[in-house]
Design a protein around this ligand. Structure first.
Ligand SMILES: C[S@@+](CC[C@H](N)C(=O)[O-])C[C@H]1O[C@@H](n2cnc3c(N)ncnc32)[C@H](O)[C@@H]1O
Length: 270
């Protein structure tokens, strides 16, 4: 079993084709009147284009391995971009940075990593504290999957080709998932099968799993209102062509501090 966020080069190889959200977040950065904070920045897939768009960007992530790759990529950027970009280790549920930000962003469904109610409350309250006057929080999430359609556990879905970053061997990456409608937790299973030149599988398949929380629309709205956020923009798509309907599998939100939070910071559970 591999650690899904345990190798930044591998992550970049696997997500090589994932570019559709870059223009949206680069535009957020271009329009920001001050510094931008990217939570769960990973290898800088979004932080780097945001810094290239002209913003000063801080990227924060929990995984040392992802940050190591991000920092190596920062050093490949032009001097100006290097100077505008900084990566820090931290947990989006509990961080204290010395500055306030015009925009905080959390891309690529990463909100769904916060599986517990307290995780969400902590993160939203922490973001609120880090927003400058007039600042906004931008994030996107998947909307609920068809919960009552269990998948064949032996099936493999959405196969993609990946070239291993070190060995340059060819892999087919596919996925499956198990959704628990009681907890709203979706366990994603990623499969990695090495292939030879003739397209024949070689060696044993590897796996990685992540658990993601599925948010129903009004549940997410409740978390926002409890933590003192008001929705400013709510879209079906990153191109902002359709207001959020719940039909398109995606939700793109822009929120701003509203009335004071109605919840206190949760006590640590351990
Ligand atoms: C799907 S990746 C997204 C990375 C990057 N934002 C992108 O768009 O490519 C999710 C990232 O969230 C990070 N992460 C998960 N939980 C976190 C937490 N509590 N605090 C900070 N980072 C976290 C992981 O280490 C990983 O880098």
């Amino acid at each position: 079993m591999r650690d899904y966020y345990g190798d930044g080069l591998w992550y970049d190889a696997e997500y090589l084709g994932m570019r559709g959200d870059i223009p949206y977040y680069a535009e957020v950065a271009r329009k920001a009147s001050g510094p931008v904070l990217e939570l769960a920045c990973g290898t800088g897939r979004l932080s780097i284009p945001m810094a290239e768009a002209g913003a000063r960007v801080v990227g924060l992530d929990l995984s040392e391995a992802m940050l190591e790759t991000a920092e190596a990529k920062r050093l490949q950027c032009s001097g100006e971009v290097q100077d505008r970009l900084r990566f820090v280790a931290g947990d989006m549920r509990d961080f204290a940075l010395k500055e306030r930000f015009s925009a905080v962003v959390l891309g690529l469904n990463t909100l769904m990593h916060l599986t517990e109610d307290d995780d969400l409350i902590r993160m939203f309250l922490c973001v609120r504290k880090h927003l400058a006057e007039g600042g906004r929080f931008f994030f996107d999430v998947s909307t609920p999957i068809a919960a009552d359609e269990p998948r064949d556990p032996d099936a493999r879905f959405d196969p993609l080709e990946m070239i291993h970053p070190k060995t340059k061997q060819r892999y087919i990456v596919s996925e499956n998932n198990v959704y628990d409608p009681r907890t709203q937790l979706n366990t994603m299973i990623f499969f990695y099968q090495r292939m030879n030149r003739n397209g024949t599988p070689v060696g044993k398949e590897m796996r990685a799993t992540i658990r993601l929380r599925v948010f129903y629309p009004r549940e997410l709205e409740l978390f926002l209102s409890l933590t003192g956020f008001a929705i400013e923009e709510d879209w079906d798509d990153l191109e902002r062509t359709q207001p959020f309907s719940g039909h398109r599998g995606r939700r793109v939100l822009v929120v701003r501090p509203g009335p004071p939070p109605r919840v206190a910071w949760p006590e640590p559970s351990n």
